[in-house]
Ligand binder design. Structure first.
Ligand code: ADP
Length: 555
């Protein structure tokens, strides 16, 4: 900029000098031409008077002492009679000269002619003498252009001098103008030393700075809020531009897509997950088609909602919401399995009942077999009642358990009641049930806890060996209450310990376990514990009994 100002001021100075010189010279020249004309007129009047008085002798005397002007004498026919500069005999007829013609007609004639050959200007003045001849006086001078050319060197010298001075002055002035501007501290313009003329600019800059920093603060705050929201949402959120580059991506999106990209912003989204489903969702969204896809990266189910983002009618990006729907899918799978299992479990006793009833109804059975068949029908009906009871308990826990009000429950007392109820079955097989005593209180739904404890205790008797034992211990430590039920039964192999809490799962019956279970007892117990914020665990070496532990948070 500094160079431009300098060049501009030098050019301006040079141009003004040249222009001024030309204009002044033109004015002077014009003045000079007028003066010359007047001088020629005076001189021509004097010479005419002299010629009128002395006739041709005066002109002859001029030959010896030639004047500064050219004098020509022409007769009325245009023939040159005398010329102070040339031989009149070789000169052409002058009647066509404007000044001569005008002098013959009006008495006086003037003209100025330019000679390209010598680049000079000649002023003519002709006047008619008393005898009809014409006396012409001519003065030749440089043309205006020739004069200007003569001045060109001088003008160029002056212009160069002015150029140099303008350059020196321009440099100094430019520095004085530009340097304070260069020294302005853009962050704190008001503190910069500057001249008065830029003070308004500085105060404007200060205001602009304040506005910009307020806006930046606001944008930053918004960004923090946006990040806080997106990072804390369970869903994954991915914003893409029209070239599928990531504009924004929260932590959960990376986790759900199983990507370990450090900084995905600016990268192609397809690099985050190579699955065909994900690519299809991105491509469709960027083509303006909303889509919903279900994919399974790893062991989890991932639902992708991909929608185009439009600016008026043009798709300028896409927004993808990713949901971990593993639990929903698992629940759905469990529900399907549960329905299938329930149907199967209900069908087995019903088929048996129907079979026995048919034999009796058709009077195919022998009379003495009828009590046995009736016993079987009773047993299967009991099994059905237990099964339906368990299913109802489970569905009660599924649906209403959370809303049931809690009350203080004395676990010690509850265990003693459960032992009372199972004592008959235990005694029948010579199994001893021992409770080391103690009491602990929790907040819970008494009926649900009773059910859990009863199921575990029933199993400890049911899967025990004849003459075995069951020992129950209640303890409170580290803010937790534990109820351990240990039996001396067949044990649970490690391979089955993870599965026995599944609905309808029953361990291998060939291992000698009791018949007649529904496979729902432990899943009811697990559900009940979950409802109370507790847990149920099993320990067994798979041969010598097992220990089932119910852990409750202390009240
Ligand atoms: P079930 O009605 O068959 O008893 P549960 O859900 O109560 O159903 O138990 C599931 C399976 O776990 C049982 O079929 C049994 O094989 C095994 N099991 C549960 N408790 C014990 C235990 N104390 N000792 C050995 N096996 C057990």
């Amino acid at each position: 900029m500094r160079r431009r100002i300098l060049i501009f001021s030098c050019l301006m100075a040079g141009a003004s000098i040249v222009l001024t010189a030309v204009l002044i010279y033109m004015a002077v020249y014009r003045n000079f031409a007028g003066l010359l004309r007047r001088e020629i007129a005076t001189e021509s009047d004097l010479i005419a008077a002299a010629v009128e008085l002395s006739g041709h002798d005066y002109l002859k005397s001029l030959e010896a002492n030639p004047p500064a002007v050219r004098i020509t004498l022409i007769d009325a026919e245009g023939t040159v009679l005398f010329d102070s500069g040339w031989d009149p005999s070789g000169m052409e007829n002058h009647l066509d000269r404007p000044e001569v013609r005008s002098a013959l007609e009006t008495g006086v004639g003037e003209d100025a002619r330019f000679s390209r050959t010598i680049s000079r200007q000649t002023f003519y003045r002709a006047q008619r003498l008393g005898d009809g001849r014409v006396l012409r006086v001519a003065v030749t001078t440089d043309s205006i252009f020739a004069s200007l050319l003569g001045l060109a060197l001088l003008t160029a010298l002056i212009a160069s001098g002015v150029f140099v001075s303008a350059a020196v002055i321009g440099t100094g002035v430019t520095r004085r103008i530009v340097e304070p501007i260069n020294r302005i501290n853009l962050d704190r313009p008001e503190e910069s030393p500057a001249y008065d003329e830029i003070a308004p600019l500085l105060s404007r800059m200060k205001k602009q700075n304040e506005i910009i920093s307020a806006q930046i603060d606001e944008i930053r705050q918004r960004q923090i809020e946006f990040r806080a929201i997106t990072d804390n949402m369970r869903e994954g959120l991915l914003l893409l531009d029209c070239d599928a580059r990531v504009l924004s991506c929260n932590k959960n999106a990376l986790r759900l897509l199983q990507s370990n990209a450090d900084d995905p912003v600016g990268k192609n989204a397809l690099a985050l997950n190579r699955s065909e489903t994900f690519s299809r969702a991105v491509e469709r969204a960027l083509a303006g088609i909303p889509s919903e896809e279900l994919t399974t990266p790893g062991e989890r189910y991932l639902q992708i909602f991909a929608n185009p983002v439009r600016d008026v009618d043009v798709v300028c990006g896409a927004v993808l919401v990713l949901l971990d729907v593993t639990e929903r899918e698992d629940r759905e799978r469990l529900r399907r399995e549960f329905t299938a299992n329930v149907s199967h479990e209900l069908k087995t006793p019903l088929t048996a009942i129907s079979g026995y009833a048919e034999i009796i109804a058709n009077e195919v059975a022998r009379h003495e077999d009828i009590p046995r068949f009736a016993g079987c029908i009773y047993a299967e009906a009991q099994r059905l009642i237990t099964l339906v009871g368990d299913i109802m308990t489970l569905s009660r826990l599924d649906e209403g358990g959370v809303r049931t009000p809690r009350e203080p429950v004395d676990l010690g007392h509850l265990v003693e009641c459960a032992i009372q109820r199972t004592r008959a079955a235990a005694a029948k097989r010579g199994i001893e049930v021992a409770f080391s005593g103690g009491s602990a209180e929790i907040n819970g739904i008494i009926r649900v806890i009773e059910e859990a404890v009863a199921n575990v205790l029933d199993n400890a008797v049911k899967y025990n060996v004849d003459g075995g034992s069951v020992s129950i211990a209640l303890a409170e430590k580290n803010g937790e209450i534990t109820l351990e039920i240990t039996d001396t039964g067949v044990g649970i192999p490690a391979s089955e310990q993870g599965r026995i809490f599944e609905r309808f799962y029953r361990a291998d019956r060939s291992r000698g376990g009791a018949e007649g279970g529904t496979g729902l007892g432990l899943s009811i117990a697990k559900h009940a514990m979950k409802l109370h914020g507790g847990r149920i665990e099993v320990k067994s070496d798979g041969k010598h009994g097992s220990t089932v532990t119910l852990t409750f948070p202390a009240a």
